[in-house]
Design a protein around this ligand. Structure first.
Ligand code: FE
Ligand code: MN
Length: 296
């Protein structure tokens, strides 16, 4: 099972490839990464963006690391992206993604993914079972247009990460199945990134807050898996020095039994910015050491 780390751990800390690559290989014993676009803003001017992409490619190669894909991260996700109520913001989010495709291809990782966006909250705080149909139709048009642009940039796979939020899309397996069916005409395949902390979020899914049904029903449509420790009460993104509901051996067995042994698994953890750098490093080393025997 290909096992790697999402570079979320490095955000605001080991922010250049010359800093994170030796840590990933030398300290974590990992040779696969998923780049986080919290480390490079796709809206940087071309010269800056492409120079950084080249440094990612070169530093990773120097350490014998494969960069599998680039994921959206938290910064851009914060802006509601492709479902923002203002269509001009949706347009900007499309341009952002096309530049993310350019960066990823230049960095040697021709695969990009992340959550798609969020509608606005209602003034009475009530939350619907689905986003409005006109927003869904608009999202679908944008995804098909994005896939055209992705193909032109050299992207080979696109990923959608379902999130456990009613304002986002998709947040249920049925919604994901509908979206995938509607994306059949896409010139680049859209595949799923399923995150352990999203599927197991009990306040939304109740007794159905399990990873197994996502893996069983979306099966071959899954391209990437995000691993984190969580308590099922919030989307924690804890590392595996913390206690929680995710058992590494059971998780690996579940992936394998679902026929997903070839699907890369990325540890995706976020740390408070104020936590000491040495403590983050130590926790990452211990987490990767604990996880590698199960996923490596
Ligand atoms: Fe994730
Ligand atoms: Mn998450």
């Amino acid at each position: 099972m290909p096992f790697g780390v999402n570079l979320s751990f490095a955000v605001k800390r080991w922010v250049t490839p010359e800093l994170w690559a030796p840590l990933v290989r030398g300290r974590f014993g990992v040779d696969l990464v998923q780049f986080s676009l919290d480390l490079a803003d796709p809206m940087w001017p071309d010269t800056l963006l492409l120079a950084h992409a080249r440094r990612v490619r070169e530093a990773a190669a120097a350490e014998g690391i494969s960069v599998h894909s680039a994921f959206i991260g938290l910064a851009h996700y914060t802006y509601n992206q492709l479902l923002h109520p203002d269509p001009d913001v949706r347009d900007y989010a499309e341009r952002w993604l096309v530049r993310a495709y350019r960066f990823a291809v230049a960095a040697g990782a021709p695969r990009v993914g992340g959550p798609l966006g969020a509608i606005a909250a209602r003034s009475d705080g009530s939350e619907g079972e689905a986003i409005p149909e006109r927003d869904y139709a608009d999202l679908l048009r944008r995804l098909l247009r994005l896939a055209e642009a992705a193909r032109a940039e050299g992207i080979v796979d696109l990923y959608i990460e379902p999130t456990p939020l009613r304002r986002e899309w998709p947040w249920t397996i049925a919604q994901a199945e509908r979206l995938l069916a509607d994306l059949v005409p896409s010139p680049v395949p859209w595949r799923w990134c399923i995150d352990w902390g999203h599927a197991t979020f009990a306040p939304l899914y109740g007794a159905q807050a399990q990873m197994a049904p996502w893996l069983e029903r979306l099966g071959a449509g899954i391209g990437v898996l995000h691993l984190q420790q969580t308590d099922g009460m919030l989307d924690r993104h804890w590392d595996f020095t913390q206690d929680g509901i995710v058992d590494a051996a059971a998780a690996a067995a579940l992936h394998r039994n679902a026929g997903l042994a070839g699907v890369p698994v990325f540890l995706e953890v976020f740390y408070p910015f104020e936590r000491a750098d040495a403590a983050v490093l130590d926790a990452m080393v211990r987490s990767c050491t604990a996880l590698r025997p199960h996923f490596g």
